[in-house]
Design a protein around this ligand. Structure first.
Ligand code: HEC
Length: 329
């Protein structure tokens, strides 16, 4: 007997008729074969683009709306974080952070994850287009949450840029939302992405391949170390220039280079190389991350005390040696 198949309807039809479909079932729904893994929370109202301060929720911090149903914030923490997002009605989560996202926690609650990491220095053209297409398509399905680690700098910059690309806000409005997120003015590349953004033609967005990964391939460990080394060399130059952008390298942003170093240490923990090593290597990476992150926080906050910054940078340099002695040399 031929099986009935659904005709291929455009997605938009389902979206428009979704409300009708969900409230016409006259018979009680059949019990699922297996009980749902997660108990749903009562709905949580979403923040709105009119809010003038970031909002905190259980397991989800620094949440700012950039457009109705389009939220930026910190990495969801534990089950509580993912439950909060599900209770807000989020359908898709985009991570722009380097570390691998917790995909299972999202899918268990009916949310899709997309992983498109960006740097603290700004967003390359291709990645900018990918983020725009991913956002446009995801928002046709339902509300979207975009996050980095703390939800202050990278996710804010990405959200502001995408809003301009999609015609949801002007560059000025995007920059104003970044200030609500608390993006440090020292991340000049991220602000530039929002300021220089322009409305994109639908055809340009349609031309972007839409096969977005749930987890971007973790950096290869040795390649990661080469990147660590670059960031470290840049920081040495920055230190020589009195913890400012060196005149000879005008594209080096102090907070961005230390942020990149910290982010590399976090994403390296996800590599197979590290997972197959004794736990000691992970611990040293965590420790190296904490030291680079402290430097990043000070630079992002505009710390001027060169002695304090150099003392912290010494700890960062010592963490290279500590680990190499044990695991490399
Ligand atoms: C937690 C451990 C750890 C920390 C911290 C660490 N490294 Fe490494 N690094 C390694 C290991 C292990 C290797 C060897 C990888 C291999 O070749 O298999 C390595 C390799 C390297 C290499 C050689 C890469 C190549 O091309 O083969 C460079 C350069 C390097 N590290 C620089 C640095 C610098 C600079 C820092 C500090 C800013 C640093 N590393 C911090 C563990 C670490």
């Amino acid at each position: 007997m031929p099986q009935f198949r659904w005709p291929l309807l455009p997605l938009s039809l389902f979206v428009i008729s979704g409300g009708v479909w969900s409230c016409t079932s006259s018979s009680p729904p059949r019990a699922p074969a297996t009980p749902p893994a997660v108990k749903a929370l009562a709905p949580i109202p979403m923040p709105t683009p009119d809010d003038t301060t970031p909002k905190d929720y259980p397991g989800v911090h620094n949440v700012v709306a950039y457009h109705p149903g389009y939220l930026s914030g910190g990495q969801p923490e534990g089950d509580a974080g993912f439950e909060t997002l599900a209770a807000m009605g989020i359908k898709t989560i985009i991570s722009v952070d380097g570390a691998a996202p917790e995909v299972e926690k999202a899918t268990a609650r009916g949310m899709r994850y997309i992983h498109l990491p960006i740097s603290y220095n700004g967003i390359g053209e291709e990645r900018g287009l990918e983020l725009t297409r991913a956002t446009r398509d995801a928002m046709r399905v339902g509300p979207l949450y975009i996050h980095c680690h703390h939800g202050k700098h990278r996710s804010a910059g990405a959200a502001a840029m995408v809003c301009v690309h999609l015609g949801w806000s002007t560059p000025e409005q995007g920059v104003a939302r970044m200030k609500v997120s608390g993006t440090s003015p020292n991340y000049t590349g991220l602000y530039a992405c929002a300021r220089r953004a322009a409305l994109l033609d639908e055809k340009v967005i349609d031309a972007v391949p839409a096969d977005f990964p749930e987890i971007s391939k973790p950096t290869d460990f040795v390649q990661g170390m080469v990147d660590v080394d670059h960031a470290f060399e840049h920081l040495k130059e920055i230190e020589k220039a009195g913890w400012k952008t060196p005149e000879s390298s005008p594209d080096l942003v102090p907070a961005a280079e230390s942020g990149r170093l910290a982010d590399l240490y976090r994403s390296l923990q996800e590599t197979r190389y590290v997972k197959e090593e004794p736990v000691g290597l992970t611990e040293l990476l965590r420790d190296a991350h904490a030291k680079a992150h402290a430097l990043e926080e000070w630079l992002a906050a505009g710390e001027q005390d060169g002695v304090k910054l150099s003392a912290q940078f010494k700890l960062v340099a010592a963490s290279c040696k500590d680990c190499h002695v044990k695991y490399r040399d």
